[in-house]
Design a protein around this ligand. Structure first.
Ligand SMILES: [Zn+2]
Length: 424
């Protein structure tokens, strides 16, 4: 069904229904108003479970609020019965942990797992953010909190990723390359990690940023649709061809990095390539970033909390580069040695050091930098690039697209030795 909505602040309106070739076109014609938003139907609601993505939206919460633009059902996942339906579009419904189950709008569902299933266009809103598909509420073992997981078909998921990972005014070829990389990465993470847990990916840069319906636009949907079902594959040991973790990051700084040195996995398309494209696209303050300083006591505390094996080191007294990738104009640190006050030392991947000290990555933007001791502070100097640097350089993809390169050329440049195939 095409679901076309016009928003209007003033004026008369009336609805006209046309039945055309089996498609119901719902036109709301409003005098004097311009069209602001096109609500797309949610594709693939009938696709195989293999192509649904489970995104951990809320982690260990005791409650949330729900609204939906259409009626929705509340299903007991254990008995598969619909225990309640809420029919008033837009009504705010509270969800809370309760004794023996989860209460939705005051109705207790005696189950460790509850599914919220909206009617067409299959959109719901949790804590103010709209997503497509369904919402699964999973009670934690202690019975005091739950996780909220968005079950969403892959193509609908991608619209909420591509729109979050790139500005929608970027070149169509860059957006399409982003869609293929994100589709491949998602399926790889789902297959390799999803079977061990109740969800596949987090909606953050820890995996890939997913913001749901609010980042969708005609340009973003166009990129998803034009690459429908396309993923990247490469040769794996044993001669099979299969997907690989198609990592990508914002701005490589001039050369992408070998995945082996950052994430520890080896795939032919992830060995690293020179990139002359991101420098003119990235904002100068992101391409060359300012010195960042951190209190030494805080750095020790953060590292020991995140990595208990480092406790034997005591306070961190020295941080030195052990391994780095050298390119023409710069080096990227990949492994550092930490020397502690007890005289013991240990090693840490530079990317892990960076994200432990600065989890947002907003100050220490990459490991293309030098680490110096400055009094009671650690300083990160001569910084360049943004992100881990493995796989496609997003600003570089935009730079290539501006030069007229197609999505396929961008992908095969940043993932050399890969091929594009369709999974459906
Ligand atoms: Zn680059």
């Amino acid at each position: 069904m095409n679901f076309r909505r016009r928003n209007c602040l003033v004026g008369h309106h009336f609805a006209v229904y046309y039945k055309v070739g089996g498609l119901l076109l719902w036109l709301i014609i409003i005098g004097g108003c311009t069209e602001r938003q096109l609500i797309r139907p949610t594709p693939q609601m009938d696709v195989s479970e293999r192509f649904w993505v489970r995104v951990l939206l809320l982690d260990n919460v005791t409650g949330c609020t729900l609204t939906a633009p259409s009626p929705f059902g509340v299903i007991n996942a254990q008995t598969r019965s619909t225990e309640a339906r809420f029919g008033q579009p837009g009504a705010r419904i509270n969800v809370n942990v309760s004794v023996g189950g989860i209460a939705v709008g005051g109705q207790l569902v005696r189950s460790g797992e509850v599914i919220i299933f909206p009617d067409e266009p299959y959109i719901f809103n949790v804590n103010g953010n709209a997503y497509r598909g369904k919402l699964r509420l999973i009670m934690n073992a202690d019975g005091r909190s739950f996780d909220a997981v968005n079950l969403v078909p892959l193509e609908a998921y991608l619209a909420g990723v591509v729109g979050a990972e790139m500005p929608n005014y970027w070149e169509p070829a860059a957006l399409q390359a982003q869609a293929v990389a994100a589709r491949t990465y998602c399926l790889y993470i789902k297959r390799h990690f999803g079977s061990k847990r109740t969800w596949d990916l987090r909606p953050t840069a820890a995996h890939q940023v997913y913001l749901g319906v609010r980042v969708e636009s005609a340009q973003i949907w166009d990129a998803v649709d034009k690459t429908y079902g396309q993923v990247l594959v490469c040769n794996h040991p044993g001669g099979t061809e299969d997907i690989f973790p198609a990592y990508y990051s914002s701005t490589c700084g001039g050369h992408t990095e070998n995945s082996k040195h950052v994430f520890g996995d080896s795939f032919e398309p992830l060995v690293g390539v020179a990139c002359r494209y991101c420098k003119d696209v990235a904002k100068p303050k992101f391409f060359f970033w300012a010195m960042a300083q951190f209190d030494k006591g805080n750095v020790s505390a953060k590292l020991l909390r995140r990595y208990p094996k480092l406790k034997q080191l005591g306070a961190i007294r020295n941080i030195s580069a052990v391994r780095q990738s050298n390119y023409e104009e710069f080096s990227r640190l990949t492994l550092v040695k930490l020397l502690g006050s007890t005289g013991k030392s240990d090693f840490l991947r530079a990317e892990d050091l960076r994200l432990t000290i600065d989890p947002t990555g907003n100050k220490v933007r990459s490991t293309i930098c030098q680490i110096r001791s400055m009094g009671d502070k650690w300083a990160f100097l001569s910084g360049r690039g943004y992100g881990h640097g493995v796989g496609m350089c997003q600003c570089g993809a935009q730079g290539m697209a501006r030069e007229g390169k197609k999505a396929r050329q961008i992908l095969l440049y940043y993932y050399p030795g890969s091929e594009i195939v369709r999974v459906y």
